[in-house]
Design a protein around this ligand. Structure first.
Ligand code: GLN
Length: 306
């Protein structure tokens, strides 16, 4: 495994076509695209890394896997009355579908869906309390109490979040947002701004690789059925309108973020985090996807067969 990751890291370092960093969030525009990191945590707990795997980055939409997990824990299937489970085929911040579908977002991973998920988690609490709960949950599943929010990124998102604000207000006009829209948005921006490195992120994904079990205790994070369902949502919707392409090339449940991270799950085998800030045209890490494609070819981990 170490040799596979070292080879991938070398290949990626030589790759000059690295995609483009997200610039609609000014604080993400200053990240150097010449970076790459990868971590694989195997089901037995062994950890392998290469490149800048200890470098913190903004996990952005990958956080939506964790907030979805929390929302299902709090309200269970009631979540699905306000959020769908179908791929959108549209950009992550698109508004067109929302109007056609009466303010009900297609899935929990597009921005509108994730905003509705935050509204479900808040349950009458203040943004601060909800955020503390989210960060605490991420620390618990990653087994790392140092994980926190990058306030600079959060502020940058608040200042430029007109599109997200319109999505949230539009849903509110259908009665689908129960809390003050500004409070929901503030919470959403801040959870997107959690900073993690590949090592922490791969650890945080372990419960999805282990049928819902916490990786180094006898505790269960979610039921096996719920872990399986979250994985299936990641496969179908985790890369927005690039989800089909990701399933075709990589063949693993995965969730991307515009910070350039991808969390991919090989059920029963491993949790993988990869990071490279340059994005493809739909907002998924360009080198991250290429690296996962090679990893899966080398390991035979695709859920669709060897
Ligand atoms: N915080 C980002 C946004 O709201 C998340 C988008 C993403 O990672 N795809 O636009």
């Amino acid at each position: 495994m170490q040799k596979i990751l070292d080879d991938i890291n070398e290949l990626m370092a030589a790759n000059t076509d690295r995609g483009k960093v997200a610039d609609y969030i000014p604080q993400l525009a200053c990240v150097d695209s010449n970076q790459f990191g990868i971590t694989v945590v195997l089901a037995d707990g062994q950890v392998f890394s290469a490149g800048s795997s200890a470098q913190l980055f903004s996990i952005q939409s990958i956080s939506k896997v964790f907030t979805l997990t929390m929302a299902l824990g709090k309200i269970g299937d009631a979540l699905w009355s306000n959020v769908g489970r179908e791929p959108s085929g549209d950009a992550f911040n698109s508004i067109v579908q929302l109007e056609h579908e009466h303010g009900k977002p297609r899935n929990p991973f597009i921005n509108a869906g994730a905003i509705a998920v935050v509204d479900a988690i808040m349950m009458g609490h203040q943004p601060k309390e909800t955020l503390a709960e989210i960060v605490q949950f991420v620390r618990y599943i990653a087994n790392d109490s140092s994980i926190s929010i990058d306030d600079k990124v959060a502020r940058s998102e608040v200042e430029t979040g007109h599109r997200n604000a319109s999505l949230a207000h539009f849903m509110a006009s259908f009665g689908r947002i129960k809390h003050l829209v500004d409070c929901v948005l503030g919470t959403y921006y801040h959870h997107c701004s959690i900073a993690m490195n590949c090592e922490q992120l791969a650890q945080a994904g372990m419960f999805l690789a282990l049928d819902g079990m916490h990786q180094n205790s006898t505790n269960r994070v979610v039921s096996a059925q719920r872990a399986r369902r979250i994985n299936s949502l990641m496969l179908m919707c985790g890369h927005y309108d690039g989800s089909g392409e990701f399933a075709y090339r990589v063949g693993l449940p995965g969730k991307s973020g515009v910070g350039g991270g991808i969390l991919a799950i090989a059920p029963g085998k491993a949790s993988i985090a990869v990071w490279s800030p340059g994005l493809d045209s739909v907002g998924n890490s360009k080198l991250g996807t290429e690296a996962l494609e090679i990893l899966v070819q080398q390991t035979g981990w695709s859920i669709f067969g060897h």
